[in-house]
Structures are given as C-alpha cells and as structure tokens.
Design a protein around this ligand. Sequence first.
Ligand SMILES: [Ca+2]
Length: 617
Amino acid sequence: MNNKTKKLSRREFVKAAGVGGLSIGLGTAATISSLFTGTGMAAQQRKRPNLLLIVADDMGYSDLGCYGGEINTPVLDNLAKKGVRYTNFYVSPTCSPTRSMLLTGTDTHIAGLGNMGELLAPNQVGKPGYEGVLNKRVVTVASLLRDNGYHTYMAGKWHLGLKPDQIPHARGFERDFSLLVGGGSHFDDAWNINWQIPKCPYTEDGRPVKKLPKDFYSTKHYTDKTIQFIDEGRKDGKPFFAYMAYTAPHGPLHVPNNWLRRYKNRYDEGWDGIREKRFKRMQELGIVEKGVNSADRLWFLPRSSGLAPAVRVALGRKMELYAAMVEYMDDQIGRVFDYLKKIGEYDNTVVIFISDNGAEGNDLRGMMAGRAGTMGFLHAMNNFAENGHNSIGRKGTYAEYGPAWAQVSMTPFRLYKGLLADGGIRSPLIVSGPGVQGAGKLNKEAILHVMDIVPTLLEFADVQHPATYNGREVAPVQGESWVGMLEGGTKSPRGPGDWLGWEIFGNRAIRQGDWKISWHYEPFGIWDWQLFNLTDDPGEQYDLSDAHPEKRKELIALWDEYVKTNGVIIGSRSPFEGAKKALPDSVPEFDNYPPVRGMEAIPYKKLLELMSGKSDK
Ligand SMILES: [Ca+2]
C-alpha cells in the first residue's frame, strides 16, 4: 500500500512499450528484456495460466520441512524446489480478516471484516467495514476471473458470510464445496465449535448440503471436490482459478483413523528440544540469519524438561496429531498435483501456498465453551467431551495443542494466532509456476502481504481491477502485484518507504523495512507502542523505543494514516482486555508437574504411604 510511484501493470507496460517505444516504459532492464524473451508477452499471444491458491488454516511458519520443520511434507518441499520461498510474508492474525483481504486485495477494515463477525464490539456494530461478512464495497478476484474467461472453483472454508448473497456461489465461485463458518469437526458429525450454529453449514454449488457422506474427512473431501471440479470443467479449454481453503490443522485436532499413530512418540521429548532443533535447521536453510535469537519461551509456560515424562508424552500426543494433520494435507495436495500432471496442466499452473494466520495458541474450545452453566459449555460437553489420551484425534473429541506447541510452530517468533507479534501474522509463502524464476531460492528481501495475491492473480490473467462492479463503486486494490518480482525483474514489489498496517481486537502494528511498532493489551504488550528491529530481533524481544524515539514517532504517524485510510474503529471491548488477569505473571509457582522427586513422579503406592503416615519421603 501507499506506493509513492504508480507502477505499470504488465498489460499497461506492454501497451506503453508498443505505442511510445521503450523510453516511456521506465521499467527495469529485466522487465524490458522480458518483452523480447517472451515472459512479458501480451495476453493474446500466450496461454493464460491456471491459478491454484492453497491455504492452510492455523498452520505455523516453521512447520513445513522446507521452512525447518520436522513434519514430513515432501509435496510442499518439492514445490519449494520448483518455486520460490519467501520469509517476509504477512497475513492477519485471524481467519476471516485474512480471507477478506486474500480475495479482494484491499484492507480488511474496508472489506467488512474490520473485526471478526463473532467478536464485534458494541461501538463497531452497524459501522461500514464492520459488517462481519464480506461487504459490497469490494469485488472478489473470483468474480473478476469468472467474468474474464476463467472457471472459478472453491473447496474448503469460507467464513465470510452465510446468507444467499454472501456465500461463495454469490461471490464469484462457479462451483464450490464450502464450510461457511470458522471451524468445527473435521468428520461427518459436523459439530460446529460455536453453539449458536450447532452444526457446521456447508454448501455445494451454492446449495445447502443436507448431509455429509459417512466417510467425510475435511481435507480429503476438499481435495476430491477440487479435482472433480477441474475435471468436469476442462472440456472447453478455459483456464481455471481454484481456491483450496483447507481447514487443517485448525482445531479440533482430527485425523483419519489410519493416521492416528503416524507420529507416535515423536514429540515425547517436549517442546523446548523440538523448538531448538527447528531453529537450528532454519538457520541451516537460511530461513533465519545466523547470529539472531529466537523469542524466549513465553513467561507463563514451563520448561518441558520440568514435566514428568508421562505428562510430556501426553502433551506431545497433541503435537503428534497436529503433525499428522499437516502431513495428511501435504499428501492430499500431492493428489491435486498428480492429477494436474496427468492432464498436462501442471506446468501451466501458478501455485501459491500460504497459511491464513499464525499457529493457534489460544484455548479456542475454552473461549467458545465458556463457563459451566452457559450454552457454550453445554454444547462442548455434549459434543466434544471425550478428550482422553487414547481418544483425541477421533470423531467426538476436541483437542488443541496449546501455546507451548504453537510457539514451536511459530519458531523463531513471539506469540501466536490472534496477536500482532510476528508469531500471529508471519506465514510461509511458496510460489511456483510458469514464469517464476529462481527455482529453489529463498527471497528474504521482499516484504509481502496477503493483499498482494489479488493483483498478482489478476496480472497473470491479464485482467484489470475495475473502479465499479455491477454498477456499484468498489474499493481499489491496496496490494502490490508480484509478477515483476516472480519473473526476476525486481527483488521486491515494495520500496523502502512502503509500509504495512494491522489492527484487530484493539491490538495494532505497523511494519516499514526493518522496523515494526506494535501496541498490545497487557500482558502481551505494555498497553503502549513498542519498537522492534525485526532484522536483528525477529523474536521481538528488545523494545528500542528509548534508543530510537524518532523512528517510533515516524511509525506512529503511519499508524494514524492507516486508521484514516481504512476507517479503523478501535473496539470498546476486546477479547484481550481481561488477559492480564487470566494469565499468571510467571510460570505458576512450581516448575515441576506433577510434583516430582528428582525427575520421577510420585508413584501411587508411595503417595498412599505418604498419606497414611507410613512414610514421610
Ligand atoms: Ca485460521
């Protein structure tokens, strides 16, 4: 956003070069030469590529093998070898705001998700940009591509509105199989997390789905549907845009029965050791620089070595399920790639892979279920109550892996989903496909944003973003197209003066170049602005406000501009307003759990002896 100079789109550049000669194009040497090498040819002279946008739900920055994770993800690792990985790609810290920007290219406070619909504050209700659904001030990339000769398909999570004029079918998707809400059971029982809509609503081709098939598992079904849609639409030779919005690995942690033991005992050692190993691999891969530190373990979390072995195994079990969900998704993405290879379309498909927000460290089930006696509590007790060590992962259970493992998934960053430290908003990004130069490389220079994806897809498809759509004015794109960068002309679509902004639940942040300011409710921040240098300190551990007061001031001025440009209304209530009271100031009184002697838990027999006074040791 906020580019000082207007950039020419590929189409404008080709036109300018053709009419007035190369001198008026003022493009880079590489862009000019691409005119002659063929990568920048006008639409009519080249085949428009298929566009495949794959989104994971709540997956962490460092989970994939190609980002340093120990989870087995050969398909995405291979995609990274064929394409380019980016280390500075940003999303919103929660689901629906990211999706609003992903599909419209403009800020979430304009697109209708200024706040999540489920969590609107009283002073935001009824205000423009706070509809809680994708509003009519924006047009989706699906509508524009559909109107310009693309088939448009979606399978997976929508989370941008339930009513007939708000669903994927009404917002540009010719065919869809969609979960309309934020998340729930991954199986055919379809329990929603949210008691207000007890069963998850799904649509297929715009019509409500009455019953899911008995063997339904989210990731598998969305993959089947994507392949089916592409297959049924390919006769006419039109290119496709497919949006695969997986719900993995969003809670509840559910995996097909034959995947339940896939990572058995792989996480018994606990989070600290796994996190250290990830960090080391990330440095070896060049994802993070040698010589920088990762964020400290969050102040309210115990060292994993202080846990009794049986407790470590029980908590590691949750990470086993999470890892299995991620690998299963990777495996299913492989099915789509295999299918595209079989029909000869793989090499003509631009693939973009991202996660929609940071890994989930909040107790979502707790937030939804609330306290005993509430409807949410009854709903959770009734449908997600069986959560023993041997049951989790199966239908009817609700497990999440909690903040300690979320921190592992977000190595080396601080915090996680819902918050504006980079642990909430940094995502992996892999881009591959025709014209993408630099196979296997890492790009660490470009600071990219999820709003960039719409202008990128439109430029690949040679479609202009309009000022009006169906007679109504639509908000302009704020993102920057990556096509010039992908084709090797530039390192980044943004210059040193460009910046990005965020606000949700009253927390705020601005990033410009190496610098970031953020404002968080206590105890996640200090209820005031803090200044960080992300290049030296990606874990946001050192507040440089006192050392660089001028820089802090400059970035606060950008925040004011962000509020003005996007109509931000700080909520009168925030889900984080009580966090200071809810979280302890430090690791709760003991470091060992359960109470241990040395590293041994107290055996039950010993406990009985202690209780009966037969022993005092
Ligand atoms: Ca999400």
